[in-house]
Design a protein around this ligand. Structure first.
Ligand SMILES: *Cc1c(COP(=O)(O)O)cnc(C)c1O
Length: 365
């Protein structure tokens, strides 16, 4: 048994896991009302109302949700600009390309944020662009991209704004309406602290209405999924019942913790302690403080004799925690996540273990 210091799936509470001991029927009113309640509460988490926004739950992991939005919203005559500064941005562009959509990529270095002025220029020069896609918390590096300033530019230019909020939703407060987000995607196993099995999308109703008939996939059709679900909470195809029950409980626990404000504070504090203690050990962060997000941190491989990531990983795992390898392409790094059912004590403990491991390295094993 170990706790996960990863970007998801995360360590969840026992009470969330226990919800999955029930085999629930899918067609009855109880179950449909659980789905409807989840949809309602997700809107509340991002401060929007049912008259302007609506929620679609989609089977599959987070990527299924992103693919559903992109292939349902971006039509074959449309064009999407993807702001890319990490693997998840590349993935969004790739899934759009595979679906035969027109795609243009604005690439930034992995340790820099997409810049609103550059987005403005690209949009001004290319009127064929109808949609802009962007990642909020780029989990590849841990950078928290500035969706506010880019959103402003996208809205001023009258384009549709798609945000992959996978690893930030419920871990960072997001003013969906104020920013002008038309679609934001997250999944059950990130900061709401449920288990993996479905993604969810907060949709601007007006934009969703334009999605009808555009998707060339049956199962990922966002509009069709919504149309069925909107009637009475019925999922179109078999839903991950156990995951849905666990998610309803996770939402309850999020409320009990004090909502997104309290959770965001806990994550930020976890992150602050982590970075501070790692720096004391001489380990540097890949992202500078001004752009570092509160979700996951990329650290440069330490210059410690006899160090090996594989060995450190095993050493930490044997002592109760799983960390994550690096994913940026231009440097040797590793990552430590601080979201999920993780507290200050866990962060301090894992830092103690890393310190011990370095001592062991210095001592020549
Ligand atoms: C986790 C994550 C995803 C989705 O990944 P899946 O493996 O499909 O769940 C997408 N974007 C970001 C930024 C993520 O952190």
């Amino acid at each position: 048994m170990y706790k996960l210091l990863t970007p998801g799936p995360l360590t969840t509470t026992d009470t969330v896991k226990r919800e999955m001991l029930v085999d629930h029927c899918t067609w009855d009113d109880d179950y449909k009302s659980i789905t409807q309640n989840i949809r309602k509460e997700l809107l509340e988490l991002v401060h929007v109302t049912e008259d302007e926004y609506t929620v679609v739950l989609m089977q599959g992991s987070g990527t299924f949700g992103v693919e559903s939005v992109v292939t349902s919203s971006v039509g074959s005559d449309d064009k999407i600009l993807v702001c890319e500064n990490g693997a998840y941005g590349s993935r969004m562009a790739e899934l759009a390309r595979r679906a035969g959509r027109n795609v243009v990529v604005y690439h930034e270095d992995y340790n820099k944020m997409p810049d609103a002025d550059k987005v403005r220029d690209i949009l001004a020069k290319d009127p064929a662009i109808t949609h802009v896609g962007m990642i909020h918390s780029e989990t590849t590096s841990g950078i928290l991209n500035d969706i506010e300033s880019v959103g402003k530019v996208v809205k001023a230019a009258g384009r549709t704004f798609i945000v992959d909020g996978m690893s930030s939703f419920a871990g960072v407060d997001i003013d969906v309406k104020g920013i002008g987000i038309d679609f934001i995607i997250s999944s059950a196993n990130k900061c709401v602290q449920g288990v993996p099995g479905f993604s969810f999308i907060i949709c601007n109703r007006k934009e969703l209405m334009k999605c009808q008939g555009k998707c060339n996939s049956l199962s990922l059709d966002l509009y069709d999924q919504w149309e069925t679900m909107e009637k009475d909470g019925k999922w179109r195809f078999t839903s991950p019942t156990h995951v849905v029950l666990a998610f309803a409980k996770a939402l309850e626990e999020l409320k009990a913790e004090g909502g997104v404000t309290a959770r965001a504070k806990r994550y930020r504090e976890n992150n602050r302690i982590l970075v501070e203690r790692m720096r004391k050990m001489g380990i540097k962060t890949y992202i500078d403080d001004a752009h570092q997000g509160p979700i996951i941190t990329t650290f440069f491989t330490p210059k410690v004799e006899n160090y090996s990531f594989a060995e450190m990983y095993e050493y930490i795992k044997e002592r109760g925690y799983a960390i994550y390898p690096g994913k940026v392409t231009d440097a040797d790094t590793f990552r430590i996540g601080n979201i999920g059912e993780i507290y200050k004590d866990d962060i301090n403990k894992v830092c103690d273990i890393i310190e011990e491991y370095f001592d062991k390295c210095h001592a020549g094993k």
